[in-house]
Design a protein around this ligand. Structure first.
Ligand SMILES: [Zn+2]
Length: 444
């Protein structure tokens, strides 16, 4: 058992319950008690939470971990220019590089409060080895939960797509690879550490047939669906020219809206599309820093929440978000929503909700993750708020969302310690950095 007490607690439950000085008790993988005042037991390991805020662990809904090895390139480009510059570099990816990059990216996420990570991997060079295994082993090494999206691209330059032909798979290989990943790694149990989803990359890199057949495969296997959608105006223009409708209408026509789907970005949505995402329960992975880095626009996060759509936060790949930390996305989401809709557009508590329960809903894990309640999995972050960066801020949630990203006093995943006193406990940070430098060097 682990008993955390004397801490401020934001449970992010349906009532938004918070405690000024309370306790969380963890027994094995689960939370067994949360409340105000001293803990009802003195058994087990005690963690003094004085000066700290406990929240559910953050849920990252969109990433490309392999990109940790290709940061800092195409620094001042649009999305399409950035992709065209990076595709040839990604062509050199192999399992060893992907493992090193993913380990580094996951370490960074854990150190910024993240306990569950959705990774969208869509680059499978022919001689690149077992990319999915490389990701699974990185997730296991760092000790977070992984939702690995087996991505795919089957529309190369010669078919009017953006990627070079040698980087795309044929449709049969893409579907076979996706099915193999599901059969090998997908764990449907409530405390799963690894789940698999199906994820054709985007309308401008994937054929209509692959979009449809990937959705059929996912629904036959009972896994979720993920893709990029409505990220840029370039994408919208191309979609209008090719199929005569917007990306959201196109997705709808292909059976790609539903409560088993979450979409990365959804920046450019007409009012009718926002309503459709709400009606269908389609999730959005809002990636404010990446959208800012590429200047793509500001996603209508508040409007989506009002329409009833699940909205989670994502860092996106580190090649368009070199920091790769999830804690700071709470802050960025709030700033971007307010730039779009004024100071009441998103409250600090709504930002925290998106980073926790909103993300859990996008991944279909709202019954197990996303809030601190008895019976839920013990995935939580203890944020230290009594140092120079936050001292004197009386509202701990405002300190977390408006202030600098705090150090992590303790990060638990299923009751197991991943970060303690600001340091990764599951792997050696300097060894990870060395591996990453070598991997990144091999791609240049
Ligand atoms: Zn992305």
């Amino acid at each position: 058992m682990i008993v955390i007490d004397n801490a401020a607690i934001a449970t992010v439950d349906a009532d938004g319950t918070e405690y000024r000085s309370g306790h969380v008790v963890v027994d094995g993988e689960h939370i067994v008690a949360v409340g105000e005042g001293p803990a009802p037991t003195t058994d087990g390991r005690r963690v003094d939470g004085s000066g700290c805020l406990v929240t559910p662990g953050l849920v990252n809904t969109h990433h490309h971990l392999y990109q940790w090895a290709t940061r800092g390139l195409a620094a001042d480009s649009t999305l399409f220019e950035w992709l065209v510059e990076l595709y040839p570099v990604w062509g050199g990816l192999d399992a060893e590089i992907t493992h090193a990059a993913a380990t580094a990216g996951l370490a960074r996420l854990a150190l910024t409060g993240c306990t569950t990570v959705a990774d969208h991997h869509y680059v499978f060079p022919r001689d690149g080895g077992d990319q999915v295994e490389a990701l699974v082993s990185a997730v296991t090494r760092i000790g977070v939960r992984g939702h690995l999206v087996r991505g795919s691209m089957d529309r190369g330059e010669s078919d009017g797509g953006l990627p070079p032909d040698h980087l795309v798979e044929d449709i049969e290989s893409a579907l076979r690879g996706t099915e193999h990943a599901i059969d090998t790694y997908h764990d449907p149990s409530p405390n799963a550490r690894i789940r698999i989803a199906a994820g054709p990359c985007s309308p401008f890199t994937v054929t209509e047939r692959l979009m449809k057949e990937a959705a059929e495969l996912a629904r036959r296997k009972g896994v979720r669906l993920h893709t990029h959608l409505a990220e840029t105006l370039d994408e919208e223009r191309q979609c209008l020219a090719e199929v005569g409708c917007t990306p959201a209408e196109y997705a709808d026509s292909l059976g790609w809206l539903g409560d088993d789907v979450w979409l990365a970005h959804t920046v450019h949505l007409a009012p009718g599309a926002i309503r459709r995402l709400g009606e269908t329960g389609t999730g959005s992975a809002h990636c404010p820093t990446s959208n800012g880095r590429l200047g793509t626009g500001i996603a209508p996060a508040r409007e989506l929440l009002e329409a009833g759509a699940p909205v989670g936060l994502g860092v996106d790949g580190a090649a368009s978000n070199e920091s790769g930390g999830l804690g700071e996305e709470l802050h960025q989401a709030l700033l971007q929503a307010r730039q779009r809709g004024g100071p009441q557009a998103l409250t600090v508590r709504q930002a925290l909700w998106m980073g926790t329960m909103g993300g859990a809903r996008c991944l279909g894990r709202q019954d197990e993750l996303g809030s601190l309640e008895p019976g839920k999995l013990a995935d939580l972050a203890v944020w230290r708020l009594d140092g120079l960066r936050h001292a004197g801020i009386t509202d701990p949630v405002a300190a977390l969302v408006l202030g600098a990203v705090p150090d992590i006093e303790l990060l638990l995943v299923g009751g197991e310690t991943v970060v303690e006193r600001g340091e990764l406990r599951t792997a050696d940070e300097s060894a990870i950095a060395t591996e990453l430098r070598t991997a990144s060097g091999r791609l240049r």
